[in-house]
Design a protein around this ligand. Structure first.
Ligand code: S3P
Length: 179
């Protein structure tokens, strides 16, 4: 781990529907850390749902809110941060988050993702004619960005609790060894 990093938090990234919020909640209980969901935080601060922000203000404005939120998080400690799936795709956001958080990327196959999101309607990026193909395309596009996380965690065949335990074990090891 780089010497100039002050790891105080656990951040979760990964594609929509891979379980960041569910794992984050379990992880928060396990660690005693606070829990912060970036989408929820933005919705509360802006006073609008994510779909409404996209519809009325556009994706660029939503990304601007994400960057602003990231700046606000700089002095956070002992927090599990579940990020929206696009937040850390931006390299400067990833760099900023890495300064004070260890970043875990949750992974699931496009098939599993599709199974989990197909009956939901709160993700504007998947409101297209062919959401299944959109998932495959976006996952491929984002692969290089997600691979910059500290650790990739396969969530297939694992419960949220198992994923949380695995992450917490790794986090403790790194933070205690300061490697
Ligand atoms: C997005 C993921 C969503 C939400 C927004 C954009 C993305 O969060 O931030 O719809 O770009 O992948 P989840 O990953 O929690 O679904």
């Amino acid at each position: 781990m780089d010497q100039d990093r002050e790891i105080q938090n656990i951040a979760l990234t990964g594609f929509m529907g891979c379980g960041k919020t569910a794992v984050g909640r379990v992880l928060s209980k396990l660690s005693g850390f606070d829990f912060l969901d970036t989408d929820q935080f933005i919705e509360d601060h802006v006073g609008m749902s994510i779909p409404r922000i996209f519809e009325e203000r556009g994706e660029d404005t939503f990304r601007h809110y994400e960057r602003e939120l990231l700046a606000m998080l700089a002095d956070r400690k002992n927090t599990v941060i579940a990020t929206g799936g696009g937040l850390l795709v931006d390299q400067s956001n990833m760099d900023a988050m890495k300064k004070y958080s260890m970043i875990f990327c949750l992974w699931a196959s496009s098939k599993s993702i599709w199974r989990r999101v197909k009956d939901q309607s709160h993700r504007p990026l998947l409101q297209t004619e062919n959401p299944k193909q959109r998932i495959i395309d976006l996952m491929n596009e984002r692969k290089p960005a997600y691979s910059k996380a500290d650790m990739l965690v396969n969530t297939e065949y694992r419960s949220a609790k198992e994923v949380a335990q695995l992450i917490y074990g790794q986090f403790n090891q790194v933070v205690n060894q300061k490697v």
